[in-house]
Write a protein that binds this ligand. Structure first.
Ligand code: XBP
Ligand code: MG
Length: 241
C-alpha cells in the first residue's frame, strides 16, 4: 500500500490560522500601517534646507539609507559617508532631527496618507475577536500621533494595549528591543503574539524576539530578504479574505 502524501499548509493559510489564534497583534508603523517614507524623506530634505545644510536625499540614496533604522542614526550614517567637512556633533544631529520631526508632523497634517489596504479591516476584525493590539516601531513617538490621529481618530491610543516607539528602548531594529518591550507591556509570551513588518530589519527584530512575523511588502523594502517570515504578502487584504 502506497503512503499518502503528507498534507502541506501554504504559508498564507498558516498565517491566517495564526492570525485567528494569536492573543495579540503587534504592528510596525512606517511601511506597514502606511507608506510614510516619502513624507519622511521630504521632511529630512526640508530640515536640511532649514538648518542651512546643502544636503538632499533623492529616492535612490534614501533606499540605501533606510537600511539604517532611525532618523538620527540615518543622519549620522550619511554624515560619515561625506568626504569633506567636520562631522556633525551629537547635539547638531539631535537639533537637526528635531527640525525633521516638526517638518514631518506638518507634512503629515497637510498630506493624504491613508492606512494601507486591509489595515482597517484587520484592526476591526482583531478587536471583534477580542485580540489585543500593540505597536513596536523605531520611529519617533510624535510621528505615530501624526499618522494615527488622522487615520484612526484622536482616541487612537485607547485601541492599543502597548505602544513602543524609538526612544523607549536602547537599540533600534534589527535589535529585538522594541518587541521585547512590547511583550513586557502586554505581559504575554512571544508565542502568543503575531508581528507585522515591511522590512528585513523589522522582520529580524521580531524573529529575534521569538515572535512569528508576517511581512507586507512596501515601496522601499520590497527586495529585502524575508527569510524566516511566516508569510510575505503584497497587501494585508490577502489575510482578510
Ligand atoms: C522606521 C524608521 C524611521 C523612520 C524615520 O523603521 O526607520 O527611522 O524612517 O523616523 P521601522 P524618525 O518601520 O522599521 O520601525 O526620523 O522619527 O527616526
Ligand atoms: Mg517599517
Amino acid at each position: 500500500m502506497s503512503a499518502m502524501p503528507a498534507a502541506t499548509t501554504s504559508p498564507l493559510a498558516e498565517a491566517r490560522r495564526r492570525l485567528a489564534e494569536a492573543t495579540a497583534l503587534i504592528f510596525d508603523i512606517d511601511g506597514t500601517l502606511a507608506e510614510t517614507e516619502e513624507l519622511h524623506r521630504a521632511a529630512f530634505n526640508e530640515a536640511f534646507v532649514q538648518v542651512g545644510l546643502d544636503w538632499h536625499w533623492g529616492r535612490r540614496i534614501y533606499r540605501d539609507l533606510l537600511r539604517v533604522a532611525g532618523g538620527k542614526e540615518r543622519i549620522r550614517a550619511f554624515d560619515q559617508m561625506r568626504r569633506s567637512g567636520p562631522p556633525l556633533s551629537d547635539k547638531a544631529i539631535a537639533e537637526l532631527h528635531q527640525v525633521k520631526t516638526e517638518r514631518f508632523a506638518a507634512l503629515m497634517a497637510a498630506a493624504t496618507c491613508p492606512l494601507r489596504p486591509g489595515v482597517h479591516t484587520l484592526l476591526d476584525a482583531a478587536r471583534a475577536r477580542g485580540q489585543k493590539l500593540a505597536i513596536a516601531t523605531t520611529t519617533t513617538r510624535i510621528n505615530i500621533d501624526a499618522l494615527l490621529e488622522k487615520t484612526l481618530g484622536a482616541r487612537w491610543e485607547g485601541l492599543f494595549a502597548a505602544v513602543v516607539a524609538a526612544d523607549d528602548v536602547p537599540r533600534k531594529k534589527p535589535a529585538p528591543d522594541a518587541y521585547f518591550e512590547a511583550l513586557s507591556q502586554l505581559d504575554l509570551p512571544a508565542s502568543a503574539c503575531l508581528a507585522f513588518e515591511d522590512s528585513g530589519n523589522g522582520l529580524l527584530s521580531a524573529v529575534r524576539a521569538g515572535i512569528p512575523c508576517i511581512v507586507t511588502r512596501s515601496r522601499y523594502f520590497s527586495d529585502d530578504d524575508f527569510t524566516g517570515a511566516l508569510a510575505v504578502v503584497d497587501e494585508l487584504t490577502e489575510l482578510c479574505a
